[in-house]
Design a protein. Structure first.
Length: 253
């Protein structure tokens, strides 16, 4: 298995690679951070080993997707994209290298992150009806609680939020997606129990938890945790490089 050894750039190296005009141009078009992010990722993954068969496999898949059937067509594509062959190869290998990098460095840490994030990853389905008027919220609560009317029908008629289009049903969604106060009420509720109306910012809410599915650490969730850890490491490196570029963009008098 052939191996390329990368020498990641330090934050100071990034500053030396970019001129003031380049930094100004990228920052003006909001491209500086995305570019630095891609640089960091490329450097982190460059050292991940791949073999010749994998290089050939990724190239053949790419040519099939792009309907490239000859060397002349490949060269025309490279010219159109302003790419050298080695640069295209690095782009094609990045997803494969990313998966290996995640497996080697972050999957072993996925369970610990999952346990920290578990309550945020639980998925819920709930019925919601938001109103600006506290008195109307109380009246609707009483009608539902006493069985005089159906939650869905009342939501379709009275709801003043986007849940009106779904007859009050929200989800399944991650519990963390809800407002923290609403999430806490849902977390401590029982399915089928209608909650007393409560105020959330400018709204009065009538809420009923329909179901709660606790998150589990399956393969897809482990991959998600690993990717989150990787993204955090990349963002930290990007921020260090941004800070190293500040003196170039705003030199001390």
């Amino acid at each position: 298995m052939s191996r390329v050894v990368a020498h990641p750039l330090s934050a100071g190296d990034s500053a030396r690679l970019l001129s003031l005009d380049q930094v100004d141009l990228l920052a003006r078009h909001q491209l500086l951070r995305p570019m630095l992010r891609q640089m960091v990722i490329a450097e982190l993954l460059a050292a991940v080993p791949v073999d010749d068969a994998e290089v050939a496999e990724d190239m053949e898949r790419f040519k099939g997707e792009q309907k490239i059937e000859s060397e002349a067509q490949l060269q025309a594509f490279l010219r159109h994209q302003l790419l050298q062959p080695a640069q295209l190869q690095q782009q094609l290998l990045q997803p494969r290298r990313l998966q290996r990098h995640l497996a080697d460095h972050y999957l072993p840490k996925a369970e610990a992150r999952f346990l920290r994030r578990k309550t945020q990853l639980d998925r819920v389905v709930y019925s919601l009806l938001r109103l600006a008027d506290a008195g109307l919220a109380r009246e609707i609560f009483q009608r539902i609680a006493e069985g005089e009317a159906d939650f869905a029908a009342l939501a379709a008629h009275y709801a003043q939020g986007p849940e009106r289009a779904t007859r009050g049903v929200v989800g399944p969604v991650p519990l963390a997606q809800a407002h923290p106060l609403l999430a806490e009420r849902l977390r401590t509720s029982q399915p089928g129990v209608l909650l007393e109306p409560f105020q959330l910012e400018t709204w009065w809410l009538v809420v009923r938890l329909e179901s709660l599915a606790p998150a589990s650490l399956d393969g897809a969730t482990a991959q998600r945790m690993a990717r989150e850890l990787f993204d955090e490491a990349v963002e930290q490196a990007v921020q260090q490089r941004i800070e190293a570029l500040i003196p170039l963009r705003f030199p001390e008098p």
